[in-house]
Design a protein around this ligand. Sequence first.
Ligand SMILES: Nc1ncnc2c1ncn2[C@@H]1O[C@H](COP(=O)(O)OP(=O)(O)O)[C@@H](O)[C@H]1O
Ligand SMILES: [Mg+2]
Length: 365
Amino acid sequence: MTRKLRVGVIFGGRSGEHEISLQSAKSILAALDRDKYEVTEIGIDREGQWMLSGDPMKALSDGAADEDPGRSLVKGERLGVLSVRGDSQPDAVSNLDIVFPVLHGPYGEDGTVQGLLEMAGIPYVGAGVLGSAVGMDKAAMKALLRHAGLNVSLHRLVLRSEWRSGPEAVASDVAREFDYPMFIKPANLGSSVGITKVHNAAEFQPAMDLAAKYDLRILVEQAIEDAREIECSVLGNDRPEASVCGEVFPAGEFYDYESKYLDDRSRTVVPADLPDGLHDRIKMMAVEVFTALDICGMARVDFLVRRADDKVFVLEANTIPGFTQISMYAKLWEASGLPYAGLLDRLIELGLERFRERSEMRVTR
Ligand SMILES: Nc1ncnc2c1ncn2[C@@H]1O[C@H](COP(=O)(O)OP(=O)(O)O)[C@@H](O)[C@H]1O
Ligand SMILES: [Mg+2]
């Protein structure tokens, strides 16, 4: 019998989406086929400490992460263990065949963990450093999408320093360029954290101040009014495929944090009720987004479709989307004929394939 593939699952993390990551990872840990995979749990607590042994999921879920500092890896202090893959040292991480980073938001979905794994020479699931970083930064992402000819909403990047040193100038520029309502967003977050829908001039300053708490880069974006929210899952490396599309009906005025995770009146419909032509066009655009942002492995691509004229706007791409069995990413594949456990197998294959391809690259003259 061939030996089982050793898969490390990293979860938790320093971002505001720590809890969501634990939920995603629990589903993945429960579904990974133990006949095929030997699974190692790797937890990161909210302070950035790595837990490589014991029961990291239990520790993080119970909030007991600090009880036994002996099994924690303090920030970067012992990251050397990551680089001894293949070494005889019996370290859990050093002997992994592939790592599945199940971390949402900054320090996980943004290319940082991916960079660490590249340095350590360990294959991993999902987008690489570039795709992860541009997928995380809404300003960089929209610039690349527009460059690729994909339709995005009118937007403007404001640096936090620019806002703090000259709020009046920023406010008057924005008032000239945009109509109300508009969205103010931290460029590098997810789960709608720090996002405000601004309806009038009075709401602008508090919205900017809020976004400035979360990021050095703030995005001002024209609201697309009366739009449907359509999502599409993409899977693959160089020849990515799109799932059927789904539709989100947020409980609130927009798909804010409450609507996403707390308000059970939010609904999703899979597959989305769209005319065939429009459905196919969105699927094609989802693949174009994936390629334009240099994503590999997986991404959920989100769209706004304006009811008045069916004009499609790319909202964003998520390189590590919510990943429970009932999350949109998995549901869309399920509806497209690929069940959850099979999806995990495929993602692991794609990660290994990407690693092999990259290993063939020449790095010297
Ligand atoms: N330009 C826009 N027009 C209309 N609704 C928007 C716009 N931008 C964001 N929204 C609403 O805000 C939600 C969160 O925005 P998004 O850019 O997807 O951030 P996040 O990465 O936090 O999910 C969207 O799902 C949508 O409901
Ligand atoms: Mg979103």
